[in-house]
Design a protein around this ligand. Structure first.
Ligand SMILES: *Cc1c(COP(=O)(O)O)cnc(C)c1O
Length: 423
């Protein structure tokens, strides 16, 4: 596509955008009486207009029914999580039996590793990416120690090659093959939060399976951002949060995936009453009998107020559809890439995009290194109503989200960036 760095061109792309009406369904933070350029949907997604009513409905039903709301509420709380399963499964390319909405992301990783990280004898190692999100690093480190191993010995981090910013698939696969029989688990972020790199989950999962290890994925930056096919890719387990691309509010409830082939397995697990056979849950008897599938990994009854926000958001994703969102995302981020390159060229090539240039290896996020600039550059953007994300020493993360960002947002970002570099 031939892009142009003009407002008229950006507005023309917006007019032709089949998803353009979705922007109106979100509350966009204001700056000086106009919409901000909100490029941090990768950190906290914006609030859909339907969220407030969805939560109020549960508050009203709680007021009206008290405890009877478990069965009498318009959306009975007893089985509330079931209302989200179909849309959540579609989002990650899974069958309904493979998905459940529960807990928080890091909690889900731990509970899933309780089943899928079972180090025994010589098979105890974990392959992960270097500079994984800190919570994932801490989760792996403490899992390993909890089983009595040393992190330095058990955790194999795959790094970018010297002078590169992203990790090559062939290097991940080589690390898996080198570990061979000693490998218990591969656990990587499907899209890296820092570089925006999208990993080849199918190839890496297959490599893990070839050496007899499980493969699990943290999809915090992938769910709602890229097309996922967890079932087809044979992924063993995955977890994701709902407050980034999934627009379900700060700290909202998370998702978990367990492949259908483990649905009836007797993998050990850390259980709670909500994972117990529904037909006899309230008999309150001894002896845990798991619900088949991902639901059997639930522990607690659902946090309905968060679930209501997530349900409202998933309904928007179901209407838009991931294929249409990804088609727009490719164009929108392609436009951002063009704008950054254009602005950079006018300023001595001071901006370096460290996210892969290949569209198949990224979602909507572009991470930019601003050579020779510091925090002041970022503050100048913020002062002009651009909400992006700054990582020391000089990385700006930008995520134009196809549900609510426009091509005009991208053009405005370029114009503000250009102005900030000039000063
Ligand atoms: C955002 C994020 C988290 C956050 O975990 P919570 O348990 O939701 O606080 C963890 N891992 C990755 C890769 C993330 O991007």
């Amino acid at each position: 596509m031939n892009y142009e760095n003009t407002l008229a061109f950006a507005q023309q792309l917006d007019a032709a955008d089949p998803l353009k009406e979705f922007r109106q369904q979100f509350l966009i933070p204001q700056h000086d009486g106009r919409d901000t350029v909100y490029f941090t949907g990768n950190s906290l997604g914006l609030q859909p207009r339907t969220t407030r009513d969805a939560i109020l409905q549960e508050l009203d039903d709680w007021a009206k029914f008290g405890v009877e709301g478990h069965f009498e509420a318009r959306n009975p709380w007893f089985s509330y999580h079931e209302l989200l399963t179909e849309n959540a499964a579609a989002l990650v390319g899974a069958k309904p039996i493979e998905v459940v909405v529960m807990n928080q992301l890091t909690s889900n990783l731990h509970f899933l590793m309780a089943s899928f990280y079972r180090p025994r004898g010589l098979r105890y190692k974990i392959v992960c990416e270097q500079k994984a999100f800190p919570s994932d690093q801490y989760a792996l480190e403490t899992q390993v120690k909890w089983h009595g191993y040393e992190p330095e010995e058990a955790i194999i981090e795959v790094a970018p090659r010297a002078g590169e910013h992203t990790i090559r698939t062939e290097d991940v696969i080589a690390a898996i093959e080198n570990a061979g029989d000693s490998l218990a688990l591969v656990m990587i972020g499907g899209v890296n939060y820092y570089s925006g790199q999208l990993f080849d989950m199918a190839a890496i999962t297959a490599a893990a399976h070839r050496v007899g290890a499980f493969a699990g994925w943290d999809l915090a930056h992938a769910a709602g951002n890229v097309q996922l096919k967890l079932h087809e890719w044979n992924v063993d387990f995955a977890a994701w949060c709902s407050y980034k691309y999934l627009n379900s509010g700060p700290g909202s409830v998370a998702g978990a995936f367990v492949h259908e082939r483990h649905a009836h397995s007797n993998l050990p697990r850390l259980a709670g009453w909500w994972g117990h056979d529904k037909t006899v849950r309230f008999k309150m008897e001894k002896g845990f009998v798991p619900i088949p599938g991902a639901e059997g990994w639930q522990l607690s009854n659902a946090p309905v107020l968060s679930m209501a926000a997530h349900k409202a958001s998933l309904e928007i994703f179901a209407r838009a559809g991931m294929p249409a969102l990804c088609a727009k995302s490719e164009k929108l981020t392609g436009y951002l890439e063009f704008i950054i390159d254009t602005v950079s060229a006018a300023h001595g090539n001071c901006l370096e995009i460290i996210t892969p240039r290949n569209k198949a290896e990224r979602g909507c996020q572009l991470s930019i290194v601003a050579h020779g600039y510091g925090r002041k550059l970022f503050d100048a953007l913020t002062a002009k109503g651009v909400i992006a994300d700054w990582r020391e020493p000089n990385v700006i993360r930008t995520a134009p989200v196809p549900l609510y960002n426009s091509f005009e947002d991208v053009w405005r970002f370029g114009s503000v960036l250009n102005g900030a570099l000039e000063r």
